[in-house]
Design a protein around this ligand. Structure first.
Ligand SMILES: [Zn+2]
Length: 121
């Protein structure tokens, strides 16, 4: 994920996190249709294809990630307004040269931070 978001800097990058029991097993990268440094819109074809694959594999959609190469670290107002899935919204933000990852649960137009555990492989 980090390589992917760094490669797309200065544009926002996005994708889906898939797995079971809140553990991510797979990351699916989706093209940012908006091609913007301040917005992301998942390419609808790739998004549908990914959701189909998730459904047929018996895994769950756990998270949706995107990057904020120009900040902020938290979910933006459009992120909150457009959140449509019951999943953790992960945001990679860039501060000087360091990417930071924070996760949010967005419901009823508010975003609450959730903790993320990264397992060493
Ligand atoms: Zn955002």
């Amino acid at each position: 994920m980090l390589d992917h978001v760094a490669q797309h800097d200065p544009l926002e990058a996005c994708g889906l996190l898939v797995g079971k029991n809140n553990w991510v097993e797979e990351v699916i990268f989706v093209r940012n249709q908006a091609q913007s440094p301040e917005r992301f819109v998942m390419n609808p074809y790739e998004q549908l294809k990914a959701l189909d694959r998730i459904e047929s594999s018996g895994l769950d959609l756990i998270g949706i990630f995107h990057s904020h190469p120009t900040g902020p670290e938290i979910a933006s107002a459009p992120d909150i307004a457009e959140a449509a899935y019951e999943a953790v919204y992960l945001i990679w933000s860039l501060n000087e040269e360091n990417w930071k990852l924070r996760g949010f649960w967005i419901e009823n137009r508010r975003a609450d931070e959730v903790s993320i555990l990264i397992r060493e492989e």
